[in-house]
Design a protein around this ligand. Structure first.
Ligand code: URA
Length: 463
């Protein structure tokens, strides 16, 4: 029997090295016990550490599919203590059956995939729910947030926050580990256990003692609500935080929930799309920006792709193009609250230029890869009218390259019985250099949207 002690809960390299050594020595999974430094029971008689295995011949090796490494990277962050053994068992079995991961009915595959999925969702939850609060205003501003992860994801997700909030120093405090960003590098310190939590009224002092930056925190997770119900010490912390910010702690959990679409279908779609890897754009974008609006919307507006602001906020049309769109919709008499707004491509495509991320037009393979989401949004919403704003949207709506000039401003029948309306993209208006042309083109845009307004009114009467 071999006992392998990993350096930490997230020691993927340690696990990989040990697993490879064990597999090359033909050590069966049942002969290995996995543990983590500081948590492993003292060695029982008969156990020996894996490093005592003879060194591996350099030429002896074996390969595993790339998707196993990807799966293991995520699953190893799961809180279940069995994960190291499960992953070694899978590795062991992959040596004999290279296609094992294709067998979705295999219990080991199912369990590892479920673990990876759970970690993935937890990471997304952290990206969505962490809310920084400014603290220490009398000195240099610092931002802090409290979060309770379900799995060991803090080190995994921290680089996301470093990219997103690159120019503000922040700390994310969790019971496992605390992550800190000083504008240059991420560092980690031990987590704050519940017993270390500051007493009410001494929050600032205690925070200062623990970390240079002081912390306010907020967490809208289920776990926090559970803790609050159980009288967790988070309650006084939040109350204190609320006092400091004049009660402007937002969004409340209820507000977050209200923003979500009402139906399970759309909710499930949005969650699925959050993990979309159908084209490479997900790699550099912050997140999937899915469509938003009421389930019973009769009009669906389709844009090109999220811009810089939308990518950060996670909502479509909230930046300058969105403001232009809002103004035009209001002038045309369309109620945006009753419209479903989405994009042909759900990830931001850009090239970095210093601190700026320069928008790049999506290419046909990206539009095609993303069309599945547009189609599924259409079938969830069942709109009467689809407004394609710009060439990319038109390409998605009609399923082929469609020149705007020839189709603009009139209702077109779609094969499924719906109507389509083609118009320009609001960003086009923003880019026009000539002020007179801008005014004229804006008026044409409003005229196009009035066609949608007419339809919205008709549907309201009919309802
Ligand atoms: N441009 C778009 O096409 N969509 C957005 O969401 C923002 C800008």
């Amino acid at each position: 029997m071999y006992l392998i002690t990993l350096d930490s809960e997230t020691d993927f390299d340690g696990w990989r090295k040990a697993a490879r050594t064990l597999a090359l020595h033909q050590v069966a999974p049942t002969d290995v016990t996995w543990g983590v430094q500081g948590q492993t029971e003292p060695l029982a008689p008969g156990l020996s550490e894996a490093p005592s295995l003879p060194p591996i011949e350099t030429e002896s090796t074996f390969s595993v599919p790339a998707n196993f490494i990807e799966l293991a990277h995520l699953a190893i962050l799961h809180r279940d203590g069995e994960r190291f053994a499960l992953l070694y068992r899978l590795l062991w079995r992959l040596k004999a059956d290279h296609d094992l991961l294709e067998t979705m009915s295999d219990p080991d595959v199912v369990q590892a995939a479920a673990m990876a999925g759970s970690v993935h969702r937890d990471a997304q939850r952290m990206r969505d729910l962490v809310r920084f609060r400014e603290i220490g205003r009398e000195q240099k501003a610092h931002y802090a947030a409290w979060f309770e992860p379900e799995h060991h994801i803090v080190q995994f997700v921290a680089p996301f926050f470093a990219r997103r909030y690159a120019d503000m120093p922040w700390s994310i405090l969790t019971p496992d580990v605390c992550a800190h960003w000083d504008g240059h590098a991420i560092s980690f310190t031990p987590g704050i256990s519940q017993t270390e939590m500051p007493a009410p009224g001494r929050l600032e002092e205690t925070w200062r003692r623990h970390f240079r930056p002081k912390a306010l925190h907020e967490d809208t997770s289920k776990q926090r609500r559970r803790n609050l119900q159980e009288g967790s010490i988070l309650e006084p912390l939040l109350a204190d935080a609320e006092r400091w910010t004049g009660g402007r702690i937002s969004p409340r959990p209820e507000a977050v929930m209200r923003r979500k679409p009402a139906t399970d279908d759309l909710k499930a779609l949005r969650e699925e799309a959050a993990h979309c890897r159908a084209c490479p754009l997900y790699k550099d974008a912050t997140q999937t920006v899915f469509g938003e609006g009421p389930k019973d919307a009769t009009i669906m507006l389709v844009g090109e792709q999220p811009g810089d602001k939308e990518d950060l906020a996670g909502h479509p049309f909230v930046g300058p193009a969105g403001q232009m769109l809002d103004r035009a919709l209001a002038e045309a008499g369309v109620d945006r609250k009753k419209v479903y707004v989405t994009n042909a491509v759900k990830h931001f495509k850009f090239v970095p230029r210093g601190k700026i991320r320069l928008h790049q037009k999506p290419a046909t393979p990206e539009i095609r890869a993303c069309r599945q989401w547009y189609e599924r949004e259409v079938s969830a919403i069942q709109p009467d009218l689809i407004v394609a704003m710009g060439a990319t949207a038109a390409q998605s709506v009609f399923g082929k390259i469609t020149p705007i000039g020839k189709t603009r401003g009139r209702l077109i029948d779609l094969p499924d019985g719906r109507k389509a309306l083609v118009t320009v993209h609001p960003s086009y208006l923003l880019r026009l250099p000539d002020p007179a042309a801008k005014v004229l083109e804006y008026q044409r845009f409003v005229e196009d949207l009035k066609i949608a307004a007419g339809l919205q009114k008709k549907s309201a009467h009919a309802a």
